[in-house]
Write a new protein. Structure first.
Length: 496
């Protein structure tokens, strides 16, 4: 174990977070694809601590389940009564009883912008100064609400004073504690045993440890970090600020990796998104979950993609895609909705106002516009005519439709599953297909058309339609009857 490897990391996540006014534990609020707590744990993991402990209390079942579901390698310690940060740290150390030497890093669970590099620098400073404690500080333009760092004349840390306990002079200080520390674990244990509740909140403050160590003549050092990186989250406004900052960090990273992002301020993406160099992301685009975009792909404007793969050279415009796979050189949109299980082959198209769900569309096949394709397997080089519906649900169960290679589905076809259309087969426009269509056949499922002459003059005399019809007949010299007395069965299928 090297000097820079701590014996333990303790994350304090037991607080109520009253200002969030939420039924969700504060540390579980999400920014850019991870909870606040996950961001902290991900930053701390690379420092390689022997043990990571998360102190839980308020809504602890939520936090424990979240840690289990997110596969974070951290043990939980329950703080039954939220009696302050000093108390929370003390019970965490009690749970790590076998660890009696080395360094312990303590940090809150609501600082999602903290980085591994800063934590490693804190550990380096702690070891280089041979300190009993090293605290991370920041200078704020408006330090309201934060504990102030009080220094001695020679620049060492004398104390951290919580604002509610501070004098007016101390409140004027702009250097604040960030609640992130590195401690000698033995000296921390000894100091915590002497922390009292003699303060405005009647709680055990971890900040009081600093004063105790100073009083013991121990070295207490500090390291300054960016105020942005140490931002905590106490209310919804701070949550939004941190989310924007995280977005900026992620977007800047991908631009540095060779991705063109047309308008960073209107582009949102999560931490699990992956984008290849030479991809282009247009304005008003959101990329969430495990979305992957390959090189030369164009996504946006006005797109939302979640857990979606976009192949090389593909184009997605003004569309919403969830758990879909868009193949190389495929085209999506505008105004398409790709639902889970959709797979577009190379060069395939899902055009304007189309919705696809659990559907495979083969290479160079097209669903150009105004169609619903659900639970389907479509072969290669197929054209699906406008207003086609794959009727997949019988009210109880979903059924599959299969369309073979080089088939042509006429506009306004209803394919009532389970049904198949063979290779090279056609369906006539306006058909309801309820039986399999063999390869090379034409499926026709519609009534024969007949025209009722004189219907408009009979049923709409004097109307604009009647005048237009009469004029057209007169100008063309057509022999078609315009006799307003022509017999028309009022119950005829063409009538009302």
């Amino acid at each position: 174990m090297t000097d820079n490897v701590p014996a333990a990391v303790v994350v304090l996540a037991a607080g109520e977070g009253k200002r969030m006014k939420s039924e969700l534990a504060k540390v579980l609020h999400n920014i850019c694809g991870r909870s606040l707590l996950e961001h902290v744990l991900v930053a701390a993991a690379p420092v390689g601590a022997k043990e990571t402990l998360v102190v839980v209390g308020h809504l602890r079942d939520q936090v424990i389940h979240h840690l289990h579901d997110s596969d974070q390698e951290a043990a939980t310690v329950v703080q039954e009564q939220q009696n302050g940060t000093g108390h929370a740290t003390r019970i965490a150390l009690d749970a790590a009883g076998a660890i009696d030497e080395g360094t312990v890093v303590v940090l809150p669970g609501d600082v999602p912008l903290i980085t591994t590099a800063t934590l490693q620098s804190l550990l380096t400073r702690h070891n280089e100064t041979n300190a009993a404690a090293t605290l991370l500080t920041s200078e704020l333009d408006d330090p309201t609400g934060y504990g102030r760092v009080v220094r001695t004349a020679d620049g060492h840390v004398a104390a951290i004073v919580e604002e509610r306990d501070a004098t007016d002079a101390v409140r004027q200080l702009r250097e604040v504690g960030t609640s992130i520390y590195a401690f000698d674990i033995g000296k921390l244990r000894a100091a915590l045993s002497r922390v009292t509740t003699d303060n405005a909140q009647g709680e055990e403050y971890l900040t009081d440890v600093i004063g105790l160590l100073v009083g013991d003549g121990e070295v207490v050092s500090a390291m300054s970090a960016s105020a942005t990186e140490t931002l905590g989250v106490n209310d919804r406004a701070q949550l939004a600020l941190v989310r924007r900052t995280m977005r900026d960090r992620i977007v800047a990273h991908w631009m540095s990796e060779g991705v063109t992002i047309i308008d960073p301020q209107t582009t949102w993406m999560g931490v699990r998104v992956k984008i290849a160099a030479d991809a282009t992301i247009h304005q008003n685009t959101q990329l969430h979950g495990a979305t992957t975009i390959e090189k030369f792909a164009n996504v946006g404007p006005d797109c939302t993609l979640r857990n979606t793969y976009v192949g090389e050279g593909a184009t997605v415009i003004s569309s919403h895609c969830v758990s879909a796979e868009i193949g190389e050189d495929a085209k999506v949109g505008p105004f398409a909705y790709l639902r889970p299980g959709t797979k577009l082959g190379r060069g395939a198209k899902a055009g304007a106002f189309t919705e696809l769900k659990n559907a495979t569309v083969g290479e160079d096949s097209k669903v150009p516009h105004l169609s619903y394709v659900g639970d389907a397997e479509i072969g290669e080089r197929v054209n699906i005519g406008a207003a086609t519906v794959f009727v997949n649900y019988d009210g109880t169960e979903k059924h599959m439709t299969k369309v073979g290679d080089d088939a042509r589905i006429g506009s306004d076809t209803m394919l009532v599953a389970p049904v198949s259309v063979g290779d090279g087969a056609y369906t006539a426009a306006g058909s309801v297909i309820t039986e399999d269509v063999p390869p090379g056949a034409m499926g026709v499922g519609r009534a024969r058309q007949r025209n009722v002459e004189g219907w408009v003059q009979k049923r709409r005399p004097g109307s604009p339609s009647a005048r237009a019809a009469r004029k057209a007949v007169e100008e063309s010299g057509s022999a078609a009857t315009m006799d307003e007395t022509s017999p028309v069965d009022p119950h005829d299928e063409a009538g009302e």
